[in-house]
Design a protein around this ligand. Structure first.
Ligand code: MN
Length: 194
């Protein structure tokens, strides 16, 4: 049985960028529904009993969609903090970003452009290849770069439910506003452990 993760902060801790109302629907209703759906779907499938990462890598159809949404949201919610670690505390990751994009700001611009450019619902990701090189990927629906053999590091949710109550149709503005909440120590840790 999978369970809903507890958030490592209060519902209103990320305001005004992410309101308590958005958190209550996004975590308490949307994510809870994916957890409930997966628990109903899994019994009797070949993926019953596997860890979430493995279900995402191996499954398809409704099981993949619900497992992917759980993994993606778990990573999304836990990468934010009201007083996050700065990029200075992600030395190796930021060094690689600067090597590939020139500056951290240039990387952020590219990441946001790819989030804005993803048609419909999905996720924009920073992911690492086995050789340590980084890539920004656009994943529609419940997609996760794990299925491409990449290690997921950072993600912004571009489903409208993630931002519509607070930003309505302004996806770019919401993505831009998220950066000050990103905990770079969490990202650095994801580069080595998952
Ligand atoms: Mn979402």
């Amino acid at each position: 049985m999978f369970t809903l993760i507890n958030l490592p902060y209060a519902d209103n801790a990320l305001e005004p960028v992410i309101s308590a109302r958005t958190i209550s629907f996004h975590h308490g209703k949307h994510l809870q529904a994916y957890v409930d759906n997966l628990n109903k779907l899994l019994p009797g499938t070949p993926w019953e009993g596997l860890p979430l990462d493995e279900i995402v890598k191996q499954s398809d159809g409704a099981v993949f969609n619900n497992a992917g949404q759980i993994l993606n949201h778990n990573m999304y919610f836990t990468q934010f903090a009201p007083s996050p670690a700065s990029p200075d505390q992600a030395g190796k990751l930021v060094k690689q970003i600067v090597k590939q994009w020139g500056t951290l700001d240039a990387f952020k611009d590219d990441f946001i452009a790819k989030g804005v450019g993803l048609f419909g619902s999905g996720w924009v990701w920073l992911a690492a290849a086995p050789d340590g090189s980084l890539a920004i990927t656009q994943e529609p629906g419940a997609g996760n770069p794990l299925t491409k053999g990449l290690r997921p590091i950072l993600t912004f949710d571009v489903w409208e439910h993630a931002y519509y109550l607070d930003f309505q149709n302004r996806r770019a503005a919401q993505l831009q506003a998220l950066w000050p909440l990103v905990d770079w120590a969490v990202l650095e840790e994801r580069c080595v452990n998952r």
